[in-house]
Design a binder for this molecule. Sequence first.
Ligand code: NAD
Length: 488
Amino acid sequence: MAVDVQQVADRGLFIGGDVVEGTESRPVRNPADGSLVAHYAVATPADVDRAVADAHDRGRVWTDMHPDERARILLRGAAAIREHVDEIAHVLTLEQGKPIPDSVKEILFGAAVFEYYAEEGRRVHGTLRPNASADTMSMISYHPVGVVAGIVPWNYPVDLYAWKVAPALAAGCPVVVKPPEEAPLAIGMVTALLIDAGLPPGALADLPGGANVGQRLAAHPDVAVITATCSTATGKAIMRTAAEHLTRVSLELGGHCPFVVLPDADVASAARAAARRSFSNMGQICIAVNRVVVHEEVADEFVAALRAEVAGYVLGDPSEPGVGYGPCTTAQVVEKARAHIADAVDRGARLVIGGREPDGFAAGHYFLPTVLDHVPADALVMTEETFGPVLAVHRVGTIAEAVAVANATDYGLAAYVYGEDLGQALAVAEQIEAGGVGVNVNDVSELQAPFGGWKQSGLGRELGPEGLHAYLETKHTKVRRPVVVAGR
Ligand code: NAD
């Protein structure tokens, strides 16, 4: 793939549609072998101030633009992302470590998100409401909320960027984004394509950086909404900071997702689905399956099928064809996976497969997808998000116990229920405390459906019409009007 990655990184920071050199640069390293991918410009809190001021002032051009014109620009941007998908995927894989087909899928979904919101943004219309008194009428209308700040994590950088930037821009809001330090490059490419598609100065800024940049965005008095995908601890810190100016927050936070296997489940297909949802992107997904809660009637068969499935996985350099699973993105992910495995085994869990680094990799953050069986409820892996390639199996004697175990967590992002009797599976799904439940399906992200968490997994929703409304303020205009008398 002919991409000069350093040239991509050298684009620097985007502020007000201009490329601005940073005062500092940092390396991005390939998680597959530790090699240098490129140096990129790092933003500072002073850059945040410049970008927010610019979004606030020149960004008005975007807000005042007709929604149809905004849609045309966003659609051009989406077409450009599709056209350059292979180059962006190459860079995303180098910086983040997911296999090329997974990078392509992520980027194409990002393009679809821009297409969807380009259209949704043209359909923001209000209502007239009946009033208590006949001589007044109430008009309800929706308006861009103001400057939006987006904090994006490294696990699905392009997708989660699109989930925030597309609806915010479509709503008419200027956006200042803080991409993650671990994976800022593919986002930089997408930002460049969107700006080339015709975004006016001030509409979109791109400021890769660390927590200090995120903190400045959350604290800024001219930021109207802060939308962040991050851990629950960071989400709480952002909310505390945002409280100072009563900045609105939209938070997509951590998860601890149960996968409930009922006694009548199609065990082979449930095991395949659980394994994929647990180990895709090496478990670095907020909706990854962390815990399988399996009925003891089918537990042995399920664990055997899970083991066979995972044993067939092809681990390797994610840039090479035919590789299904690459390295973890950071060394910290591997460390946490090891700690969770050691803790579970200490408490009596049985290691089914994995549990160590694979043979034959001299460098890189590789770790074998790991399945643990008979994991007790008090093991760390049953309560804390691993955000890595570890799957805990917990056996239960009744369906009621399965529901209780599934809900025994502060998180409530996603859950999965597998069973052939759809009535029973739906009854279980209804009792589960989560923002998304997959019934005989292992994914709850869907373009047209709201995505978000209950309990400590977040506040607000992304995707679907709800994803757009996060960036709109509601106005009620009450008007006194003459009551028309008939016959005169
Ligand atoms: P993290 O919380 O460590 O960091 C996320 C981002 O927040 C980083 O870019 C960081 O620079 C920034 N940040 C850190 N402290 C900040 C502060 N005080 N103020 C403002 N910004 C700050 O998370 P991570 O390790 O990058 O990402 C993994 C986490 O994200 C996991 O917990 C995962 O579940 C969650 N996640 C959630 C979803 C979802 O949709 N619910 C999706 C993906 C990831």
